[in-house]
Design a protein around this ligand. Structure first.
Ligand code: IMP
Length: 427
C-alpha cells in the first residue's frame, strides 16, 4: 500500500513534473492535494512539451488515474480549457476524478486577488492573480462554494448569492470596482457542472480502497516547502499546505498510510513573487542562471529570481517534510562553472544561523555564508548513470546530499523524459 508524497523542497518550480512523470509507469493514481492553477508543471515527452496547471501530471500516462483532491481550489473554466487543450493533442482525460469536497474559485476570488494586490502596493505578495488566496480565505471562513454544490442548482444559486451579497459590497465600496451579477455566475457555473459531473467522486474513499488493494498512490504537491502557509516565508507564501503533512489533509489519506516522501530539489535556487531569498543573485550570475536554466514562470511567464543552492533551506525541507529521498533536478545547468558557491549557513547581524531564523525580521536580514565547490566543464546531459558524471559533478552531488540530510536518489540532467539518472528506486 505505498502512498508516496512528492513535494517541492524550495520555493516551487523545482521540476516536479519530470519526477511525477518518471514515476508514472509504476504508479496507479496521481493526486493533486493543494493549490490550484497557480501551479505549473512542464513535462517534456519526445519533442512535445506539456504545461499543466491544474491537472495532475498523471494525466499524461494512459494507465494512471489522475485525481484532484479535496485540498485543491478549482477554477472550473480553466480546468475545462486544460482538458480540451489536451484532448486536441490526443490525450484523453476521461479517467480524471475530482473530489466533491474541493472548493471552487469564483469570479469574485479572481477580482479580489488582483485588486488587493494592487492596494498592497510595495507590500504586495506577487501572487499569480488566479484567485487562490481569496478562495482559500472563503473556505476557512466557511463561505466557500464546493464542487458538490454543482450537483444541486438550488444550493449553488443560494451560495453564490450569499457570497456575492458580501463580496459585492467589498468590491464596490472598498475597492471601487463593479459588482458581479449572481445570476450570470450561476449560469456560467451550471454550464461547467454539466461537463464536470461525470468526474465528481468521493476521492478519499477511492484512494483508501486503492491503497487496500496495494495500488501505488502518488500525492503530488504544487508550489514548495517555503511557500507553505504555515512553514513558509509568511506572508510571502501561497494559501495552502504544500508540505508533506498537507498531503494527508488534501487527499483524505491518514498519515499512517504514507510510506515515502520524495522532495524535489533544484541544484540551485529560484523564487517567483516577493519575499526573502538569501542567496538571490541580482547581478549577471543571476541572469546567467535564468537564461541557462530557462527560469521563466510556466503559469505567469514572469522572470524567476535566481540564486545559488541554499543548504539551510534543503535541511529545513528534510525536517519539515520528513524527506526520505531527494530528486536533484537541473544539475546540467551548472556545467561550465569554475567554482560553485553553496550557502551552508546564514549570518544574521553578526550571528551564525545553521537553521532558518525563527522570526521573519531575522530571515530578512540573513546573509548567506558560502562554501565554494569545484565546478565541472563537461556537458552532462547525455549521462546515463551516476558513474557517467565527471568526478567533480559527483562530488557536488555528494556534498549537497551531506548538507541536506537525506539521500539523493535521482538526478535530472536535462528536460527530457530519459534525462534522469536513477540511483535508488523511488517507489
Ligand atoms: P498565489 O499562490 O497565487 O496566492 O501566490 C502566492 C505566492 O506563491 C507568490 O509569490 C507566487 O509567485 C507563489 N507561487 C504560487 N504558485 C507558485 C508555483 O507554482 N511556483 C512558484 N511560485 C508560486
Amino acid at each position: 500500500m505505498p502512498a508516496v508524497v512528492l513535494v517541492g523542497a524550495q520555493w516551487g518550480d523545482e521540476g516536479k513534473g519530470k519526477a511525477t512523470d518518471l514515476l508514472g509507469s509504476e504508479v496507479h493514481y496521481v493526486v493533486r492535494y493543494q493549490g490550484g492553477n497557480n501551479a505549473g508543471h512542464t513535462v517534456v515527452i519526445g519533442d512535445q512539451k506539456y504545461a499543466l496547471h491544474l491537472l495532475p501530471t498523471g494525466v499524461l500516462s494512459p494507465e494512471v488515474v489522475p485525481v484532484i483532491g479535496n485540498g485543491v481550489v478549482i477554477d472550473p473554466g480553466v480546468l475545462l480549457a486544460e482538458i480540451d487543450g489536451l484532448r486536441e493533442r490526443g490525450i484523453d482525460c476521461g479517467r480524471l476524478l475530482i473530489s466533491a469536497s474541493a472548493h471552487l474559485i469564483m469570479p469574485h476570488h479572481k477580482a479580489l486577488d488582483k485588486v488587493t494586490e494592487r492596494y498592497l502596493g510595495k507590500a504586495r505578495i506577487g501572487t499569480t492573480g488566479r484567485g487562490i488566496g481569496p478562495a482559500y480565505g472563503d473556505k476557512i471562513a466557511r463561505m466557500g462554494v464546493r464542487v458538490q454544490d454543482l450537483l444541486d442548482p438550488g444550493i449553488l444559486g443560494k451560495k453564490i448569492e450569499v457570497a456575492l451579497n458580501e463580496k459585492n459590497q467589498v468590491l464596490t465600496k472598498v475597492y471601487n470596482r463593479r459588482g458581479i451579477d449572481p445570476a450570470k455566475v450561476l449560469d456560467e457555473y451550471l454550464g461547467y457542472a454539466e461537463r464536470l459531473k461525470p468526474h465528481i467522486a468521493d476521492t478519499s474513499l477511492v484512494l483508501s480502497q486503492a491503497l487496500d488493494e496495494d495500488k501505488v498512490v502518488l500525492l503530488e504537491g504544487g508550489q514548495g516547502t517555503l511557500l507553505d502557509i504555515d512553514h513558509g516565508t509568511y506572508p510571502f507564501v501561497t494559501s495552502s499546505s504544500p508540505t508533506a503533512g498537507g498531503a494527508c489533509i488534501g487527499a483524505g489519506i491518514p498519515p499512517t498510510r504514507l510510506t515515502r516522501v520524495i522532495a524535489i530539489l533544484k541544484a540551485y535556487t529560484t523564487r517567483v513573487g516577493s519575499g526573502p531569498f538569501p542567496t538571490e543573485l541580482t547581478d549577471e550570475a543571476g541572469d546567467w542562471l535564468r537564461t541557462t536554466g530557462g527560469e521563466y514562470g510556466v503559469t505567469t511567464g514572469r522572470d524567476r529570481r535566481c540564486g545559488w543552492f541554499d543548504a539551510v533551506i534543503a535541511r529545513y525541507a528534510t525536517r519539515i517534510n520528513g524527506v526520505t529521498d531527494f530528486f536533484l533536478t537541473k544539475l546540467d545547468v551548472l556545467s561550465g562553472l569554475e567554482r560553485i558557491p553553496v550557502c551552508v549557513a546564514y549570518d544574521v547581524d553578526g550571528v551564525r544561523h545553521d537553521e532558518i531564523p525563527m522570526t521573519q525580521t531575522d530571515f530578512h536580514h540573513a546573509k548567506p555564508i558560502y562554501e565554494e565547490l569545484p565546478g565541472w566543464q563537461e556537458d552532462i546531459s547525455d549521462a546515463k548513470s551516476f558513474d557517467d558524471l565527471p568526478a567533480k559533478a559527483r562530488d557536488y552531488v555528494r556534498a549537497l546530499e551531506e548538507m541536506s540530510g537525506a539521500p539523493i536518489s535521482a538526478i535530472g540532467v536535462g528536460p527530457g523524459r530519459t534525462q534522469t539518472l536513477a540511483i535508488r528506486p523511488l517507489v
